[in-house]
Ligand binder design. Structure first.
Ligand SMILES: NC(=O)c1ccc[n+]([C@@H]2O[C@H](COP(=O)([O-])OP(=O)(O)OC[C@H]3O[C@@H](n4cnc5c(N)ncnc54)[C@H](OP(=O)(O)O)[C@@H]3O)[C@@H](O)[C@H]2O)c1
Length: 263
């Protein structure tokens, strides 16, 4: 299927690893020009070189920390200075720390909300006027299955991403008539450094072996394995496409059936 996004400019967060990187790769394969961002410039430069080599596409990079209140403005300005427009924005960065849900702290909440709600909302809000003016735009957030089925040790993620989701649903309605769609993707457990870290943390906390933790996690996934980042990236690319113009305000799990309830 021709996704119809050749030449579009895509701004992808957390693009030096895992889900963000796979998404950047997929959008580059579809002919998008990229601006990628995360904290480490070296990792971004390495990723950019690989993407240019593999797809012959233009890639610019910007280093910023999504927990910093100035990150959204820095990133948006860099992308707009580089390309003049941003057509597609993928809201993604790292995850928050694990926590006992009965022992959260104000500092923990402030950090989680900046990382997972305020920065992505500010970034998308900065780019929406241009998309609305041009009558075309795609905003896609990478959320978590935890917004539907809370993950016990990830209370900051479950809650702060739910706020982003509520903002997206509300705003999707406001911009739907102007060619701009806003959708979310809910990953379950796809093999990335973040998931490796979380499995390791759980093993440490519970005294289980890493293998036992993985076996327990996989037992809860009907498909019977962790996902590959590319399996989420293909779906994200579709949601960014021309044929997906009628899909907005949706939140779709890519989780191998992990979420047990109705959508
Ligand atoms: N993998 C899954 O199955 C899964 C499931 C549910 C939710 N998620 C969520 O999806 C997002 C991506 O996860 P992933 O598995 O792809 O993780 P990952 O492989 O660890 O990649 C995280 C990416 O985000 C960047 N990043 C981390 N902290 C950042 C910050 N404060 N500001 C800006 N960039 C930051 C990292 O680069 P730097 O370290 O250089 O900044 C890296 O590029 C995370 O929010 C994660 O919690 C993932």
């Amino acid at each position: 299927m021709d996704l119809g996004i050749r030449g579009r400019v895509a701004l992808v967060g957390g693009a030096s690893s895992g889900l963000g990187r796979a998404t950047a790769d997929r959008l580059a394969a579809e002919g998008c020009r990229l601006c990628i961002w995360a904290r480490s410039s070296e990792a971004l430069e390495r990723t950019a070189d690989e993407l240019r080599e593999r797809h012959g596409t233009e890639v610019i990079v910007v280093a910023a920390d999504a927990t910093d209140p100035s990150a959204a403005e820095t990133v948006a300005k860099h992308a707009l200075d580089g390309y003049g427009v941003v057509d597609i924005v993928i809201l993604n960065a790292g995850g928050p720390p694990t926590a006992d849900p009965a022992q959260t702290t104000p500092d923990g909440w402030a950090l989680a909300f900046q990382l997972l709600s305020v920065t992505p909302i500010q970034l998308a809000s900065r780019l929406l006027p241009g998309m609305r003016e041009r009558g075309w735009g795609r905003v896609v957030s990478i959320l978590t299955s935890g917004v539907r089925q809370p993950i016990p040790e990830l209370v900051y993620s479950n809650a702060a991403r739910s706020a982003l989701m509520a903002w997206m649903k509300t705003t999707a309605h406001a911009v739907a008539g102007e060619g701009v769609t806003m959708n979310g993707v809910l990953p379950g457990r796809l093999s990335t450094p973040r998931i490796e870290f979380l499995d390791y943390e759980r093993a440490r906390r519970t005294g289980q072996t890493l293998e036992a933790v993985r076996a327990e996690q996989i037992a809860a996934i009907p498909v019977g394995r962790y996902g590959h980042p590319e399996e989420l990236a293909s779906f994200v690319a579709y949601v960014c496409s021309e044929p997906a113009a009628y899909q907005t305000g949706t939140f779709t799990a890519v989780d191998g059936g992990l979420i047990a309830g109705l959508p």
